[in-house]
Write a protein that binds this ligand. Structure first.
Ligand code: APR
Ligand code: PHB
Length: 386
């Protein structure tokens, strides 16, 4: 089989890239190891920056998002005894949208633009340093296949083969000494907008998926077994850290439908290209979830990469492809810094000196317009052309 762009991975990065390429007149085939149902059901992030929303809208993917998503003007920042609302629209001129990654994924599948082969195995990349790269794999029926292409797009996340095939000049990593215990619960959110809470026992976050489903997180030690956390223990700890009882605010508990532990790390590999292989999304970088940047960075990468590949493959102009890695990395490092900053400002490290610096920083962010605007600009997202 032959195509112009062989896309590895049908997560949001791979599916959106194939969608944008097709709209730009470039042929793409996506291969994915998991089933369509598995990919669609995976619980992932929920916040879209306004530039992500604009990009999805301009790609014809905005109708359900605008109808069913919720625009949030900002977030609440909580410390013991005090809660502050940061209004991003007032501070930075734009808000964010609550719309789950699973919904973005469904919209991409419903658009039907991308040709996707699900449930493949034995994926291997070949000829990356030639102008005839190829991907070999075994399809869902057990037949060995070869996909010849002009370019391979590695959108296969942090455990896929693209990341391993793209020999990095440099790799940067920070592993944080804590994880998140995340729950989904069938209960109306107890808040209108997200609450990020600093507490001496550890960070907590109140997020949501809809008017009837809440998503909440607790900072826990690395290596935590979710089985050690009963539903009652989770709700008690969330209530304490989120400030239940303060100023009459109540956290309403409800049936927990999912419980999992997420490790936290920052990782960047440069360059985001190796010969004819281009990396996008989690294949190229990982951020801790505190800044809600993972999905937005994947969208920003493929916005740049799709333009670069359309120029390369339709007009023969390699300039955007040649600058792709540098162009994408400017935003990657901005978001890597912001995610690290939010993470280290909000998580308990056990060190009293750290705790005082965190509280001082939080007071500055919640009382100074300059401090609040910095957080708002980064959280609501910088322009795609950063
Ligand atoms: N061959 C084909 N596909 C593969 C392979 C492989 N060998 N290995 C992994 N994959 C698939 C995974 O099954 C997954 O569906 O690649 C896809 C990668 O998708 P994501 O992990 O969702 O990554 P990405 O599309 O970059 O999206 C980034 O997802 O992880 C979150 O926080 C992150 O929200 C961000 C977003
Ligand atoms: C989520 O809703 O899952 C979510 C929201 C904001 C974050 C992280 C996760 O910073």
């Amino acid at each position: 089989m032959r195509t112009q762009v062989a896309v590895i991975g049908a997560g949001p990065a791979g599916l959106l890239l194939a969608h944008l390429l097709r709209r730009g007149g470039v042929d793409a085939v996506v291969i994915e190891t998991r089933s369509q149902e598995y990919v669609a059901a995976r619980i992932r992030a929920g916040i879209l920056e306004s530039s992500s929303v604009e990009l999805l809208e301009s790609a014809g993917l905005g109708a359900r998002l605008r109808a069913e998503g919720h625009e949030h003007r900002g977030i609440h920042l909580q410390m013991p005894g005090e809660r502050h609302h940061l209004d991003f629209v007032d501070l930075a001129g734009r808000g964010v949208w609550l719309y789950g990654q699973t919904e973005v994924q469904k919209d991409l599948v419903a658009a039907g633009t991308a040709e996707v082969c699900y449930e493949v195995t034995d994926v291997a990349l070949h000829g990356l340093e030639t102008d005839r790269p190829a991907v070999t794999y075994v399809d869902a029926d057990g037949v060995a296949r070869r996909l010849d292409a002009d370019v391979i797009a590695g959108c296969d996340g942090s455990f896929g083969p693209s990341r391993a095939a793209a020999v990095p000049r440099q790799a940067f990593e920070r592993v944080y000494p804590y994880s998140w215990l995340g729950i989904l619960a069938d209960v109306a959110p107890s808040t209108d907008e997200l609450i990020y809470a600093w507490h001496p026992d550890g960070f907590a976050l109140h997020s949501m998926r809809s008017d009837t489903v809440s998503r909440l997180y607790l900072q826990v030690p690395n290596g935590t077994d979710p089985a050690d956390w009963s539903d009652d223990r989770i709700w008690d700890e969330l209530a304490t850290r989120l400030g239940d009882g303060e100023d009459g605010w109540k956290l309403t508990p409800g049936p927990i439908t999912d419980k999992s532990v997420l490790p936290m790390r920052s990782h960047v590999r440069t360059p985001m290209r190796h010969g004819r292989l281009f990396l996008a999304g989690d294949a190229a970088h990982i951020v801790p979830p505190t800044g809600a940047k993972g999905l937005n960075l994947a969208i920003a990468d493929v916005a740049l990469l799709s333009r670069a590949l359309v120029e390369l493959l339709r007009s023969g102009d390699p300039r955007l492809a040649d600058s792709y890695s540098d162009d994408a990395l400017r935003r990657v490092w901005r978001c890597t810094h912001f995610s690290w900053w939010m993470t280290t400002m909000l998580h308990a490290s056990g060190d009293p000196f750290d705790a005082q610096l965190q509280l001082s920083q939080l007071r500055w962010v919640t009382t100074s317009t300059a401090g609040a605007t910095g957080l708002a600009e980064n959280y609501a997202g910088l322009p795609l052309e950063l």
